[in-house]
Ligand binder design. Structure first.
Ligand code: NAI
Length: 289
């Protein structure tokens, strides 16, 4: 049962987004009042409508999971990517500030150039190499420049989970039809299960964390290792072979290494994210069988 004093949270992108759906589930599980907002419910680019919606619902917190997430397509549509990843959060930030609403905004490991050899922490210098990364960083900076008292920026990475297609689901669909797959082995990141990310986000909210936090599952993997682990977890007979990125050309430049350090989150909440492999097995057993 939801207590009438439980915080009320608007989840933008909560109807169809990969993270948004998990976030709504975690907030509801925590007993918080959750209003899931999808594209058809509200035109987020109509300032007057958004203002009226906020005044109508009077949320304590807005969680923005809406983004332009097609990394390669963003290279051809920089304006549209900037509209969603930069100008939208800035506009939401202004409305939240006027009403003293807490704002949680999601960002990405693509704000880094990938030249590091150890995990990136919140303060590590940023240097995005793609339109997607540049527009996401512009969104972060626009929010920080507004000087909101209660702003939380959560950078995450390599998401998989229920409710929407993702790398793991695509690999398993291919592996079910083929004897072998070639997957890139020279990009290393932090695979992250959306229900875990959503639960950790709720814990961060409870702890009133403000500033930039990195939230990912523990450990790191290459795309090839992640694919191999998924195929093994599902018990499929498909060989996964490593290939260099230049044998799988993609329009947007990816960071070669974008592992995120979650120390700031652990220090604040006392929670250490669980290993991605454990989360992957849960995803495969619970949602893909
Ligand atoms: N998927 C991933 O691997 C990663 C995602 N992130 C970040 O996490 C957050 C959530 O990502 P996902 O859940 O994967 O995204 P998603 O692509 O699954 O969902 C994005 C949401 O934005 C909404 N949206 C897109 N264009 C819209 C428009 N023009 N008007 C209104 N709504 C629109 C969609 O309806 C959807 O609900 C984003 O900020 C993303 O940048 C960060 C790192 C990795």
């Amino acid at each position: 049962m939801i207590s009438p004093t439980a915080p009320k949270v608007l989840v933008l992108g909560g109807k169809t987004g990969l993270l948004g759906q998990s976030l709504c589930a975690s907030l509801t599980k925590a007993g918080w009042q959750t209003v899931s907002v999808g594209r058809d419910d509200l035109d987020l680019f109509d300032q007057d409508r958004v203002a009226a919606f906020l005044d109508d619902h009077e949320p304590d917190i807005i969680c923005n999971t809406v983004a332009y997430t097609q990394v390669d397509q963003a290279e051809d549509e920089p304006e549209e990517a900037a509209r969603l990843n930069h100008r939208l959060p800035a506009a939401l930030g202004r409305l939240a500030k006027q009403r003293n609403i807490r704002l949680v905004h999601y960002s990405t490991d693509f704000v880094f150039d990938g030249k590091a050899a150890t995990p990136y922490c919140s303060e590590s210098p940023t240097s995005p190499q793609s339109v997607y990364g540049k527009t996401k960083l512009a969104g972060e900076k626009a929010l920080q420049d507004l000087g909101l008292d209660r702003l939380t920026i959560i950078r995450t990475a390599w998401l998989f989970g229920p409710g929407r297609t993702n790398f793991v689901a695509k690999i398993l669909a291919l592996a079910a039809q083929r004897a072998s797959l070639n997957v890139v082995h020279d990009q290393t990141g932090s695979p992250t299960y959306t229900p875990d990310l959503a639960d950790y986000s709720v814990e961060l909210l409870k702890a009133e964390g403000t500033g930039i936090f990195h939230l990912v599952n523990c450990g790191c993997a290459t795309w090839c290792e992640l694919a191999g682990a998924a195929v093994q977890a599902k018990g499929l007979q498909c060989d996964v072979f490593p290939i260099p990125s230049d044998q799988y050309p993609q329009k947007a430049k990816r960071p070669a290494y974008s592992v995120l350090d979650t120390c700031a989150f652990t220090t604040l909440t006392g929670i250490k994210p669980r290993p991605w492999l454990q989360a992957l097995r849960e995803y495969v057993f619970q949602h893909l069988t």
